[in-house]
Design a protein around this ligand. Structure first.
Ligand SMILES: *Cc1c(COP(=O)(O)O)cnc(C)c1O
Length: 353
């Protein structure tokens, strides 16, 4: 038997969003915050063209995609680092700062990947409880010690959908020591409608210790292809590039991401539709008697406590897969109107008991 790192015994095996099916054959996946839309024709075309080139290695530096992003975001190309999904870019960030004794601070509950990445990198997780389902930035600043190397701020937070606004976020950033990296995970940036939530790109400009994480997986609908990126000053972006595996972002993902940037207006119209559905779903839930935190993402959060797994089972009867966190609550993605209606009917049946 090979000797593995002891930490592996503590890591849960990854549990993918379960697909469920109703007795009459209906199935709605509201468990992974994906876009409910198929790729646009122009993106499919770019993918088809790229397929014919797969005997070649991808561009390891993602030059065209980096340039397209830099132009779109108004940042220097040297400030952009790409990876196969922003989770992998986050993993690279952990690798750039972790060593025995290094502490990484993040809110809890937040994105489920953070503890796993910390464990894998050999960093020590410091979890700061949410207050009112929201990052408690004062407590997070207070949790910083001389051993702290990185702080993750997921805005909006996965799985609660809540946000931190400009005043508290800038006060927090002003308090964090300059040698601590602050990562603003903005996987759901495009769904934000609250004008007082700052754009991470405005915050990083004069802060060399701030990095912004974004992805093509959610609003841009490319979850299956894996493309995400970081924007940060050159020392951070360069460190992340150093720890990358060569050819990490495949050529089809690069082509699809470039085509998606070109089709951004159409994609953002779809986002607008999801945002309208989000409002409709949240208001319907509140009308049924649920408490639903205000959400700026493409999902809603229901704090169900001990009833969480029963709720997920009730939804599954109608073919709706949600993402339960046992003993805590369930995260439910906003899907097509039909999927959302089916979910709302299940939620109503559950609350009426
Ligand atoms: C979905 C998500 C990501 C993005 O994951 P990809 O690896 O880009 O698919 C990153 N952060 C959070 C908080 C997410 O929910």
């Amino acid at each position: 038997m090979p000797r593995f790192r002891p930490i592996l015994d503590e890591l849960p095996a990854y549990r993918p969003g379960k697909s469920v099916i109703s007795a009459d054959g209906r199935s709605f996946k509201l468990s992974s915050n994906e876009s409910p839309y198929e790729p646009l024709p122009s993106v499919v075309e770019a993918i088809s063209a790229a397929v014919r080139e797969v005997h070649r290695y991808p561009d390891p530096a993602c030059v065209r995609l980096t340039e397209a992003l830099a132009e779109r975001l108004g940042v220097p190309p040297e400030h952009v680092a790409l990876g196969p999904g922003s989770v992998t870019v986050a993993q690279q960030l952990f690798e750039t700062v972790s060593e025995p004794g290094a502490e990484v601070v993040y809110a809890w509950r937040s994105f489920e990947a953070y503890p796993v990445l910390a464990d894998l990198a050999g960093a020590t997780s410091v979890r700061v409880p949410l207050a009112d389902e929201t990052h408690d930035l004062r407590a997070m600043a207070a949790a910083i010690t001389p051993e702290t190397r990185m702080v993750l701020v997921c805005n909006p937070n996965n799985p609660t959908g809540t946000v931190n606004r400009t005043a508290e976020l800038t006060a927090f950033l002003d308090e964090v020591p300059g040698d601590v990296l602050v990562v603003l995970d903005e996987a759901y940036r495009e769904y934000i409608r609250d004008a007082d939530v700052p754009d991470g790109l405005a915050l990083y400009t004069d802060r060399p210790n701030v990095a912004v994480l974004r992805t093509f997986s959610k609003a841009y609908g490319l979850a299956g292809l894996r493309a995400g990126y970081l924007v940060a000053h050159e020392p951070v972006a360069a460190a992340v590039r150093k720890v990358t595996v060569p050819f990490a972002v495949n050529s089809i993902a690069q082509a699809a991401a470039i085509a998606s940037l070109a089709a951004e207006d159409e994609l953002l119209e779809r986002v607008e539709t999801v945002v309208k559905e989000r409002t409709r779903v949240r208001e319907a839930l509140i009308g049924q008697g649920w408490e639903v935190p205000p959400t700026e993402a493409n999902f809603v959060w229901l704090r169900l406590g001990e009833r969480t797994m029963d709720f997920a089972e009730r939804c599954a009867i109608d073919g709706v897969a949600v993402r339960p966190f046992a003993g805590e609550g369930a995260r439910v993605s906003i899907g097509s109107p039909e999927a959302n209606d089916t979910f709302l009917a299940a939620a109503e049946a559950f609350i009426k008991g």
